[in-house]
Each structure stands twice: as C-alpha cells, then as structure tokens.
Design a protein around this ligand. Sequence first.
Ligand code: FAD
Length: 389
Amino acid sequence: MDLSLTDEEREIRDWVRTFVTREIMPLEQTVLERERRNERGLTLEELRGLQAKAQEAGFFGIQTPEEYGGMGLGAVMNALIEIELGRSFVQFKFGGDADNILFHANDAQRAEYLLPTIAGEKISCFAITEPGAGSDARNIRTTAVRDGDEWVINGEKTFITGGDVADFCMVFAVTDKELGANGGVTCFLVDREAGWQSAPIPTMGEWGPASLSFQDVRVPHSAILGEEGRGFELAMRWIGKGRYLLPARALGACERLVEMGMEHARNRVTFGSPIAERQAIQWMIADSAVEIEALRWLVLSAAWQVDQGLDSRQSQSMAKLYGGVKANEIVDRVLQMHGGMGYTRELPIERWYRELRVLRIYEGTDEIQRRTIARNLLSGHVSVRGHLR
Ligand SMILES: Cc1cc2nc3c(=O)[nH]c(=O)nc-3n(C[C@H](O)[C@H](O)[C@H](O)COP(=O)(O)OP(=O)(O)OC[C@H]3O[C@@H](n4cnc5c(N)ncnc54)[C@H](O)[C@@H]3O)c2cc1C
C-alpha cells in the first residue's frame, strides 16, 4: 500500500499552495472588511482576474474533461486542490467548470448553456429544495404542466446557492404526480428572462442563497435536460458529484486554524508561561491533529474510490459527516484557544466558525448521512470493514 503522492500530484498541489499563499491570502483582510460591510468579499471582476491568472498557468476547468478545454483531473487530485483552497476563507474557485449534469445536455443546450458556463459567460444554479422539501427531496411540489409545445412551471424553491445572480437555473419539477420521484420528476433549464423571480436569504454565512419563485413560467419542450421523468436521478447525480470535496475544503480550513492556534499558544503568556505549555491547550492541539489526519484519509480514500470506479457512496457520506462534525469542533477549539480575541471580528476565526456550520446542513445533513451510512450497513450493501472487506 503506497500512501504517498505521485510527482505530478505533488507538483500540482504545490502550485496551488503557492497560488493561494501569494494571490489569495493577501486579499483576506480586504475581503473581511468588505463582508463586514455586507458587501461581496471578492467582486466578480476580481474573481475573474484571479481565474485568468491561474488560467495562464494552465489551471482552468480542473474537473472539466479535456475535450471541453479543461484539465480533466481525477478525484484525488481534486481533493488535494480543494484542501489547499480551503486554507483561505476567500471564496475562490478556478474558472472553467460546469455542473456535472449539464454534460447531459443535447447539442443545442450544450451551445446555449454548457459551453457558456464553462467559459464563465453564464452562471447556473441548481434548484431542488423547497420550503416543504429539503432532506425529503422526493417530496417536491413544484409542478410543470404540458401545454402544447410548452411546459408551465409553478412553485417555490428555497436556499438556492447563487440563485440571486444566476442567469439560468436547473429546476426540478413534478411532471407526473402518480410517479413522483420514481419517474415523474423532470429537470428544466430555465433562463431568468423566462420570468422566475429570486430574493436573497440572509444567513449566518457571508454568502447567501436565494428563494426562487415560479409563477406560470413557460418554457419550450426543448428546455428539458436529459429525459422527461428522469430528473430525480439527475438531481441525485448532481448532489453526489463529489461529496468528498466539501470536507476537503473544510480540512484545509482546519489545518490553517490549528496552525493559527499553535502560533497563538506559543506566544500568549498567562501566569508566567505560554499557554502552549498547558496540558488543556496541548490536548486541544493533539485532538485536532488526530481528527485532521483521520479526515484527510477519509477524504482521500473516498476520492481514490471514485478514481477507481468503485461505489464510493458510503465513504463519501462518511467523509462528509465526519468533516462537518469535526471541522465545527476544531474551529470551536481554536476559537477557545484565542480567548476573547477569538470571539472578535479582528480575526477570521469567527467567520470560519459561522461558515463551517453550514457543512453540517447542506448537501445532506449530518442526520441524513448517518441514515445513509446505517442503512447501507444494515442492508448488507457495505461492510464495517470498508472497501477492503
Ligand atoms: C447555505 C445553503 C445553501 C444551499 N444550497 C442549495 C442549492 O444550491 N440547491 C438546493 O436545491 N438546495 C440547497 N440548500 C438546501 C439544503 O440542501 C437543505 O437545507 C438540506 O438538504 C436540509 O433540508 P431542510 O433545510 O429542509 O431541513 P429538513 O429536511 O427540514 O431537516 C430538519 C432537521 O431534521 C433532520 N431530519 C430530516 N429528516 C430526517 C430523518 N429522516 N431522520 C432524522 N433526522 C432527519 C435534518 O437532519 C435536520 O436536522 C442549501 C442550504 C443552505 C443552508
């Protein structure tokens, strides 16, 4: 068993590490100040500028297949990159990506949605959650009713990331009530100009999702993504696109937070000694380091299984659950190690504290991950011995 990185993995990882250190971290103070004025951390122009810089070095479409001009990197490489990006709270992502399900587009949709999304000319959003259906996504109520060559969409979506800035949405609607999620949900590509409305939802994080409202929004039959009635499968594919990536980003944040905690502990003197010499503080550092290491291998093992074409769902759920729970415990410890300063807005810790909280909620809550993990075990689909069996 070889757990080391290949030369290529190390080279790419190191390049991203340098990019984050040189280009992204210096923006942190400005981003914090802006966010605290309720402004966007990075303007769209700044984000595009950074993406262009990365593109000059070949970093474009890291997950996008090469035939679309991307790098087509594998899951392990993506996880390693995400860990590096997570070391800064600045919401940066490389350009050239598109939602995985957009690759199911037909030729016309490819030209109208997929290619402009990869090029950064159009922004998408993914809309399944409704006020009455979150974890229980099979229970959505938004309807699309056929009227000649058109479909008429009615319903409400909520918590849609990017919903207030998106040019188009991938909306999931019931097209056959009898069948519901078993063949009666369809995905539609709907331009904002078609008439859906959005309103931002303030959250405890810095970047908010939006609610979307569809009132008699008409789209042509050609707006269907994939097959009529097969939308629920597409939605699950979108959600399952890379669950290991969310805890990977949190892992990067935890590494940086613990480094900040250790730095503070070495320098903060109380009762005549640095707090780093106190067992209470050392245990916080030790527990965090063990959990970071465990999370690293959960994430990388899940990613490796993806690359091997194995059924990685159990490992991905485990990585997502463990990452969400442990990242929140670790940021809390690091805040505690900083005492009153940790609670202020002088430092980014409170920001991470708020942001990491969402990891336990979106793309499958802790409870839903536990449900999945236990069900897979109880049904005998997987073993507690993991993929090695
Ligand atoms: C910042 C943010 C961004 C988001 N982005 C998107 C997006 O882009 N697109 C999108 O479609 N959605 C998005 N969501 C929605 C997100 O996926 C849902 O919030 C999530 O799935 C939980 O659904 P819910 O909020 O309705 O909670 P509920 O499903 O109502 O759950 C409430 C509580 O009950 C628990 N619970 C529910 N069912 C069970 C069960 N069977 N057993 C035990 N416990 C259970 C849950 O774990 C939770 O603790 C986003 C949410 C947030 C907060």
